[in-house]
Design a protein around this ligand. Structure first.
Ligand code: KG4
Ligand code: ZN
Length: 344
């Protein structure tokens, strides 16, 4: 059994956690920075990086003392090394390097997307490789065939906005505030999803990818028409986004022979309606559906420690000169999706 200290700082959550290779979460802590970014209606990279510098050391001390663990007792120090906002990534990675240097323990430079991709296994011990993963977050929207630790085949990605980005931008357009995903979900609960006619970009398309930019523009037009309530636009947007996610996932399932389960991860996976629609799709295809608990969907350090634990068990440790990367695709051999704005 190994015990890993994990650090996450790639966006606006500062987080630390202690997790064992046997799935025990000894402690995990998270400090959000919503209040600092709210006045700007989105995450300001420079503010995020400075906040990580201030918050992270105490957070690491907190998880160690809560678990009653001395830093010398951990087997390795894992930190997100990308992709993400580079200033924040550097803060977490350099903190981990300092701890690794001081303790003589190995460093594990974790790909944030791998943290999301493996997080369902932390909560669901019966989940086995390979599985089809819908990874939906603020920065990414991908379908991945997950074959093992470090072995990912990207089947689809977005040609413009990520799914969470579409929720965030639509929330902003509708004056629902920041962070947008939970705000849209809450407003949608009292709206009618079939009132506002909105497009479903790429639904039914022969190419495998996602697109959300046109949907966002249609939300703007619906708002400006003055014909609909904010709640109805939110509900109709959410339904359109879900229809896109389901259509593309259903298509990918046709190319995912051998998948043991349909799995979702990333911040948008916290959305109850997204989970319900995927549950139905999996049931239709006779596959188990696995979603991490909501707190494990949005950014956290337990998933980084867990990915670190799986890597450590396979002897995958990194040198102290491991780089911080703004971009870091999980499947470097994946063909470029058409268009610009491909995030990783
Ligand atoms: O995984 P995550 O915490 O950070 C990234 O790696 O990007 O994902 C954050 C994204 C944001 O775009 C946020 O609006 C979205 O996940 N999100 C949601 C919900 N909760 C978070 N989107 C829809 N419904 C939610 N309940
Ligand atoms: Zn994330």
């Amino acid at each position: 059994m190994s015990l890993i200290l994990g650090i996450e700082s790639s966006c606006d959550e500062t987080a630390a956690a202690l997790v064992t290779s046997e799935r025990r979460i000894l402690a995990h802590k998270l400090a959000g920075q919503e209040a600092a970014h709210r006045p700007f209606g989105g995450v300001v990279p420079e503010i995020a990086a400075r906040a990580h510098v201030e918050i992270l050391p105490a957070l690491v001390e907190d998880v160690l003392s809560e678990a009653g663990i001395d830093v010398d007792e951990v087997d390795a120090i894992a930190a997100t090394a990308g992709p993400g906002l580079i200033g924040g990534v550097m803060v977490g990675l350099v903190t981990a390097k300092g701890l690794a240097l001081a303790t003589g323990k190995p460093l594990i430079a974790v790909n944030h997307l791998e943290g999301h991709a493996l997080s369902p296994m932390l909560a669901q011990p019966s989940l086995a490789f390979p599985y089809l993963l819908l990874l939906v977050s603020g920065g990414h929207c991908q379908l991945l065939f997950v074959e093992g630790v470090g072995r990912y085949r990207r089947l689809a990605t977005t040609i413009d906005d990520a799914a969470g980005e579409a929720f965030d931008k639509s929330a902003k357009l509708l004056g629902l505030g920041f962070p947008g995903g939970p705000a849209v979900e809450a407003a949608a609960k009292s709206g009618n999803p079939s009132v506002v006619p909105l497009p479903r970009p790429l639904v039914g398309s022969a190419e495998p990818h996602f697109s959300f930019a046109g949907l966002k523009s249609a939300v703007l037009r619906a708002r400006d028409s003055g014909r609909y309530s904010v709640e109805d636009v939110a509900a109709s947007f959410q339904q359109a986004a879900i229809d896109c996610l389901i259509d593309r996932t259903a298509r990918a399932l046709r190319n995912a022979d051998g998948a043991t389960a349909l799995v979702v991860a990333g911040g948008v996976a916290a959305n109850q309606s997204v989970r319900a629609a995927l549950t139905d799709l999996a049931a239709e295809r006779g596959l188990p559906f696995v979603a991490p608990p909501q707190w494990l969907c949005t950014d956290n350090a337990a998933m980084i420690a867990w990915a670190g634990a799986l890597r450590f068990e396979e002897g995958l440790v990194d040198a102290l000169d491991a780089p911080a990367r703004a971009r870091w695709p999980l499947d470097p051999s994946a063909e470029k999706a058409r268009g610009a704005g491909v995030k990783a």
